[in-house]
Design a binder for this molecule. Structure first.
Ligand code: FVH
Length: 296
């Protein structure tokens, strides 16, 4: 074996991954489509591969982190022969369906494939808060776990290849809405003298922390209802919730802030009332999201 690990793709994230393997003392072989991006890692001790085939030919473990799943297929498919019998860990962001497509191709070619979702940015790879989600064969995860832990805490979610990307994208979706909420809070708070982005953020961070701490209780109620129909106990009247949401919309409008997203909240609560509900609960909120998809 030429190296402990081969990293294909040295964009911002791929360089961080390869750098973490080097820092952990792994012999690291690197390849990137644009060869000049390899130089800095070679100076740090990585071994340069002339092409992707050379990078994987003698690899114990192949880690791929490219722009998108199309790029992954484009790079890996011509290497089926070289990859036979090896394990590929794909850390490229993609959908569960794309992960399944890659795993199907890999299985047909005799390649073991783990799919991964990186819950970190390049600057936090290998730092205490970084974690990476994996799915695919448990035996392969167990075999490579020590190497994968170099990048961040490694969580294996199950044999279903799509589980890592499903959870990755679920977490990213929640993050996206959270940052949208941050923008809304800052736009409202800075709409008059006396408000500043730093000032509202100082309040927002602990507020979101204390609200986030409620989620495990909501999650328990959602799971209990799904398991055996246990009715939720953490409820609030839809009338109180709707009044609060309408206050948000009116305050944003008065502050000259776009209400397009906030308008959705009272509309959704009214739809629940129209459907015969008089209290909000976390299980009901999730069921409403699922029903909207079924009805569209
Ligand atoms: N950066 C981040 O914060 C996020 C954190 C969570 C995970 N994402 C995902 O990681 C994948 C790579 O992201 P990245 O930040 O490294 O992206 P870039 O810096 O733009 O590098 C892209 C690399 O992909 C190579 N590439 C693109 N197309 C092809 C192709 N057709 N054939 C071969 N290689 C290709 C590109 O090569 P080059 O342009 O340097 O030649 C870069 O190596 C991504 O899925 C994120 O969603 C990162």
């Amino acid at each position: 074996m030429r190296g402990d690990v081969s990293v294909l793709g040295l964009g911002d994230m791929g360089r961080a991954l390869a750098g973490a393997f080097l820092d952990a003392g792994r012999r690291t072989v690197v390849w990137n489509r644009t060869a000049s991006r390899v130089d800095a890692l070679v100076e740090r001790g990585a071994e340069r591969a002339a092409d992707a085939g050379e990078a994987v030919r003698d690899a114990r473990l192949v880690v791929v982190c490219l722009l998108d799943p199309a790029a992954v297929r484009e790079v890996l498919e011509p290497l089926a022969r070289e990859l036979r019998g090896r394990t590929v860990v794909d850390l490229t962001n993609g959908s569960p369906a794309q992960a399944a497509e890659l795993a199907g191709w890999a299985a047909g070619a005799g390649i073991t494939c783990l799919d991964g979702g990186i819950m970190a940015v390049p600057g936090t790879i290998a730092s205490p808060g970084a974690f990476v989600l994996y799915s695919g064969p448990q035996e392969a995860f167990a075999r490579w776990r020590t190497d994968l832990e170099v990048l961040g805490t490694a969580h294996w979610l199950g044999e279903d290849t799509g589980l890592a990307s499903l959870h990755d994208i679920a977490l990213l979706s929640a993050m996206d809405l959270m940052f949208h909420g941050f923008n809304l809070a800052v736009a409202m708070a800075t709409s008059r003298p006396g408000g500043s982005a730093a000032g509202v953020t100082e309040l927002l961070v602990p507020w979101l922390g204390s609200m986030g701490a409620l989620m495990p209780a909501f999650a328990a109620e959602i799971d209990a209802e799904a398991a055996d129909g246990t009715p939720p106990r953490l409820t609030q009247g839809l009338d109180v919730q709707t009044a609060g949401m309408l206050n948000m919309v009116a305050t944003a409008r008065d502050a000259g802030v776009d209400t397009e997203w906030l308008d959705l909240s009272p509309a959704r609560l009214r739809a629940l009332s129209a459907g015969g509900h008089d209290t909000w609960s976390a299980p009901l909120g999730v069921r409403q999201l699922r029903a909207a998809v079924r009805e569209s």
